[in-house]
Design a protein around this ligand. Structure first.
Ligand code: AMP
Ligand code: MG
Length: 282
C-alpha cells in the first residue's frame, strides 16, 4: 500500500497533509483555529500537478473498489455558499469512470422528503457496494441551516448529533466508509466570489437574494459548523477542514483526502477463475 507520493513532490507528503486537515475526536475543536488559506508550501502549478496525480490514482483505486464490489465510500462535502462545493466535485471527480461515481445534491426538503424523517432521503442515495457517492450538502444541513434559521427547536436539532453518529456508524458497520469535508472559506473571500457571480452573466444564475440572508448569519453558521464537526468527527467517520480561499490547493487537498481514504481501504480485484493463464484467444 503506497501512502506517499511517488515521485516526491513539493509540500507535505500525502499522509502528513491529510493528517493536518483531519479533526481528531475530543480535541476541543475550534473552527477559528483553522486556516481558510494555506498554500501548503507549494506553487499553484505544483498543486495542480498533485491534483492530477491523485486523480489518476483515485481512478485506479475506484476501478478496484468497483471490481471488488463489496465496499463503498460516502464523501460528504459541506460549506458556506461560494466556498466551491460544485467546483471541487467537478475537479476532483472529473475523468473518473462515471459507472462507479454518483453525485447527490440536497436542497431544502420538498414533497415526500418533507413528509419523512430527515434521514429518509439521505439513506436512499447512499453509495451501493463498489461505488463512490459525493454528497453536495447532506444530512448535516439538518443541524446547520435548520438550526441557524430556527426551523426546529433546539431540543430537536441537538439530539440529531447522536442520530448522525449512529447513522454513520451503521453505514460503516455495513461496509460504507464515510468521510466528511468542510470547505473553510473566509467571509471576505465569499464577498469577493458573490460579487464575481453578480458581475458575470454566466455565473449570475448561481446567486440568490437568500444567499445574503445566510451571509448575514455568518457567525451563527460558523458556530453551527463548529459544533456539528466537533460532535460528529469520530475515528471512523472523520471530518476534514480544508482551507478553501484558494481553488487549486483546495481541490488538491480534497483529492488527497479521497485518495488517502481509498488507499486505506486498499480494495482488491477479485481472484480470476483458475487456469486462465494458458488461454490464447484465436
Ligand atoms: P445550493 O446548494 O446553493 O443549491 O442551495 C441549496 C439550499 O438548500 C441551501 O440554501 C441549503 O441550506 C438548503 N438546504 C439543503 N438541505 C436543507 C435542509 N435539510 N433543510 C433546509 N434547507 C436545506
Ligand atoms: Mg447557493
Amino acid at each position: 500500500m503506497s501512502h506517499d507520493l511517488d515521485p516526491p513532490v513539493a509540500g507535505p507528503g500525502l499522509r502528513e497533509l491529510v493528517d493536518r486537515l483531519r479533526v481528531d475526536p475530543d480535541d476541543g475543536f475550534r473552527l477559528a483555529d483553522r486556516a481558510t488559506e494555506d498554500d501548503f508550501g507549494m506553487t499553484k502549478d505544483e498543486a495542480l500537478a498533485r491534483l492530477a496525480a491523485s486523480r489518476s490514482r483515485i481512478d485506479v483505486l475506484q476501478q478496484r473498489l468497483h471490481a471488488e464490489g463489496e465496499r463503498s465510500v460516502l464523501f460528504v462535502i459541506q460549506a458556506m455558499d461560494a466556498a466551491g462545493k460544485d467546483g471541487t466535485i467537478r475537479n476532483v471527480l472529473s475523468g473518473l469512470n462515471p459507472a462507479g461515481i454518483r453525485v447527490e445534491s440536497f436542497k431544502a426538503p420538498a414533497g415526500p422528503e418533507a413528509q419523512h424523517d430527515y434521514l429518509w432521503r439521505v439513506h436512499q442515495v447512499c453509495p451501493p457496494r463498489g461505488g463512490i457517492t459525493a454528497f453536495n450538502r447532506s444530512h448535516y444541513e439538518d443541524v446547520l441551516v435548520v438550526r441557524v434559521k430556527g426551523f426546529v427547536p433546539e431540543q430537536v436539532w441537538r439530539r440529531r448529533y447522536g442520530h448522525l453518529r449512529q447513522f454513520e456508524q451503521l453505514l460503516t458497520d455495513e461496509g460504507t466508509t464515510v468521510v466528511k469535508v468542510f470547505l473553510h472559506v473566509s467571509a471576505d473571500e465569499q464577498a469577493r466570489r458573490f460579487q464575481e457571480r453578480l458581475d458575470d452573466p454566466e455565473k449570475r444564475w448561481k446567486f440568490r437574494r437568500g444567499d445574503l440572508d445566510d451571509r448575514a448569519l455568518w457567525t451563527e453558521f460558523q458556530a453551527a459548523y463548529e459544533d456539528a464537526i466537533r460532535e460528529t468527527s469520530t475515528a471512523e467517520c472523520p471530518w476534514y477542514v480544508v482551507p478553501a480561499d484558494g481553488n487549486s490547493r483546495r481541490n488538491m487537498a480534497v483529492a488527497e483526502i479521497l485518495r488517502h481514504t481509498l488507499e486505506q481501504l486498499d480494495p482488491r480485484i477479485p481472484e480470476p477463475e483458475e487456469g486462465l493463464e494458458g488461454i490464447r484467444i484465436v
